[in-house]
Design a protein around this ligand. Sequence first.
Ligand SMILES: [Zn+2]
Length: 383
Amino acid sequence: MNKEIWKKPKICSDAGGSALIEGVMMRNKNRMAISVRKSTGEIYTEVKDTVPWTKKRKIYGFPFIRGAVSMLESMVSGVKVLMDSAELVDFEDENEKESKFDLWLQKVLGENYITYLLYSSVVIALVFGIGLFMLLPNVIAGFAVSFLRLNTASGTGAFLANLVEGLIRITIFLLYMILVSQNKEIKRVFQYHGAEHKTIHAYENAEELTVENVRKHTTIHPRCGTTFMFLVIMISIVIFAFTGWHNKFVNLIVRLALLPLVSGVSYEVLKFAARTDNKLIRAMSIPGLMLQKITTKEPDDSMIEVAIASLKAVVEEKSADSASETAEGTPVDEKTAVTEMTEALENASTDEKKEAEIDEADTEAVKEKAGKKETDAVFGSSL
Ligand SMILES: [Zn+2]
């Protein structure tokens, strides 16, 4: 495993993001940027102010609750920015843009049809996810139970049945990922995902954000959403194992009801694993990190440029609050680069100071503060 993944970042940042269609979304503190490579070749960047759901209400930010809240948020906003990016790229075949179906939808659903589309695609994704990763493993495990003649009325039998189901779930998940990654368009999204991780690595190392600096970093990031997904599956095996074995309907209800708990626990584990030196905790996230070998690919330089444009828009203090357009390959203004570098270094030194404070004081309060800093970053790099 690449050692860089566990290297302590010089900048303990909030930055995170996700890959889009021909683009990258980056998030830092309360700012979000979408950068896409338009069909004309130029990079288009749009910046928005957004407050993460975990900060909207105090209770949403509590440990074990924030995991479920963030998961839901990343699903909703994930679909939204993906749709936005598809719109922004401006694909060449204009005829397809306003298809008859689109026009019909507009007529039927009115002006808010995009919102309806957004929520219905989240619902479809949820139903699909529940069917493929919850119902199907349960049905197959049911066959395995009768084949192996497991007595699910006994504690051990139910435990084993749940384990079998968990293994089937992992297999389905892996097969699904491998299958999806074969698609040419998805492959490009995975390359942008790699570009996003590399750029965040460079930023967290307080390096100037240039293609050369970004290129040399690994595409694997410990706070990635892919790793989170895998943790959810692994932790669900452990938690579900104690819930007994019932008919398919009850099994499904039990699993759905426990999903917020499972995602809440997974979130805390991921957060902890990303900043601990504990070998055992780190070992737990290794399978999830390996999964990033599928969901991230080496990007080309033009993709790295897009990721840099997006991250710059959310980490630079000035000039980033309005939408800006950057021409392809615009050389970085030397003055900006220097200020940026100094800013980055300043941030780094304050962060180091903070870390020192934490080491010295070691009070719960300080720890809590440091923990909070990373809250939104975990989902940062979701798929
Ligand atoms: Zn990621």
